[in-house]
Ligand binder design. Sequence first.
Ligand code: BJW
Length: 232
Amino acid sequence: MLKPSDRIVILTGAGISKESGLDTFRCAGGVWERVRLEDVATPEGYARDPDMVHRFYNDRRRGLLQADVRPNAAHDALARLEREWPGEVLLVTQNIDDLHERAGSRNLIHMHGELLKARCGVCGAITEIRADLSVEDDCADCGAVAEMRPHVVWFGEMPLEMERIYQNLATSALFVSIGTSGNVYPAAGFVQEARINGAHTVELNLEPSEGATLFDEKIYGPATGAVPAFVE
Ligand code: BJW
């Protein structure tokens, strides 16, 4: 169906990293069963109790850096697709882990930010961070005191690189959504954007997502099986 010059846009969510040992948000036993999203994933929650928010992200950062958390066959297959497809493959991930990079994906947008980065609340400078972050951390770039926050996009904040994402959605021939429940906008609306512009749309997920009826093709099963099979 596709021409070699066609652009492919792929959206990934927490489900692709589940088999690498990272929790999803809304599945049984997921992140939102342990903490209230209003407390840890909103600017208001951070203003109320920054210590608690830092503890939440420090725990997740330590989890991501454990030796047994590695890219799985689904991350590997997407990196291979980017290397081997003659047209452009843009990978847009809602995930803040770094498993796509570790697998070798390079044309990648982290629309909800990155767990291994911190951002200065004053000058916006972004720094790599692998250790714990605390309310006392200062900004090396502008000297601001106690202004570093996790470089993640909370509810009510604008996701990153939206213009580039919509430009790519408008010109893609194939849109593939992998491992996302379709509960969070604007990512949940990408399928409609791609369809309007004539793309073929495919959902790969463990179960039908909120927007399942909007996809032309649906494949249900664990990502480590479904994604490599689809890429081949
Ligand atoms: C497997 C599997 C396996 C399991 N194999 N699959 C309409 C338009 C625009 C915005 C809105 C709107 N309506 C409401 C909004 C606002 C809001 C929103 O969407 N709210 C909804 C709850 C209704 N959106 C926002 O606020 C966003 N910003 C925004 O819209 O800015 C514009 C604006 C700004 C200011 C003023 C006005 C407008 C920002 C959203 C930020 C989301 N942030 C989080 C936290 C990030 C940091 C962190 O990780 O802690 O991002 S929330 C959380 O949800 C995280 C995820 O990226 C995101 C999506 O979750 P995901 O990836 O889909 O995970 P799950 O758990 O939901 O699903 C996993 C799926 O995998 C399941 O389906 C499983 O079946 C499957 N699965 N195992 C394959 N092995």
